[in-house]
Write a protein that binds this ligand. Structure first.
Ligand code: PNS
Length: 162
């Protein structure tokens, strides 16, 4: 069983994330979508529990994918689970520069843990969770950008625009 992890802050999970997760699920036997904290940059529109629940709903159609939450270092979690790879999406050169550094930090923490970088689909490469949060704050329709599960959650009327 070759297990890969798709890590992120998923605040919230977007269709770009989901595209990446579906591609990872075709490359590996099992995939864990792991909700982590993005350190000091984590602004937290959704609580970690909400992010996890939205991820679970968004991947419920994928039999070899599950979601989890971890409050710690990604490499420590990967070692605990025996994962062989991290799968990340790359939209731009800036993403690549960052992911290159993260890949070798994570390799240093758990020797041999591979980072697989997949080019983001052109359909979603301009979009980000940051933009989603901005649009949510201004009550825009996010159907073209977010998984149906997230859109439904927003339609319930919870005030995430705080
Ligand atoms: O979706 P994001 O915000 O780009 O995801 C970034 C994330 C959460 C994957 C990254 O910040 C991370 O790996 N956080 C966990 C802490 C960690 O392992 N840091 C690297 C070693 S210092």
């Amino acid at each position: 069983m070759r297990l890969a992890i798709c890590p992120g802050s998923f605040d919230p999970i977007t269709l770009g994330h989901l595209d990446l997760i579906e591609r990872a699920a075709r490359l590996f036997d099992e995939v864990i979508v792991l909700v982590l904290s993005n350190g000091e940059k984590d602004r937290g529109m959704f609580t970690p529990g909400e992010r996890l629940r939205l991820c679970e709903k968004a991947v419920s159609h994928l039999p070899n994918v599950r979601a989890d939450l971890f409050d710690g270092l990604l490499a420590v979690y990967a070692k605990e689970k025996g994962a062989v790879a991290l799968v990340k999406g790359v939209r731009t050169g800036t993403d690549y520069d960052w992911e290159y550094q993260m890949a070798w930090i994570n390799d240093g923490l758990y020797k041999g843990l591979e980072t697989v970088l997949l080019p983001a689909s052109p359909t979603y490469c301009f979009f980000s969770s940051t933009m989603a949060r901005e649009m949510i704050r201004h009550h825009q329709d996010l159907t073209p950008y977010l998984p149906q599960a997230v859109v439904e959650e927003l339609e319930k009327g919870n005030d995430y625009a705080k």
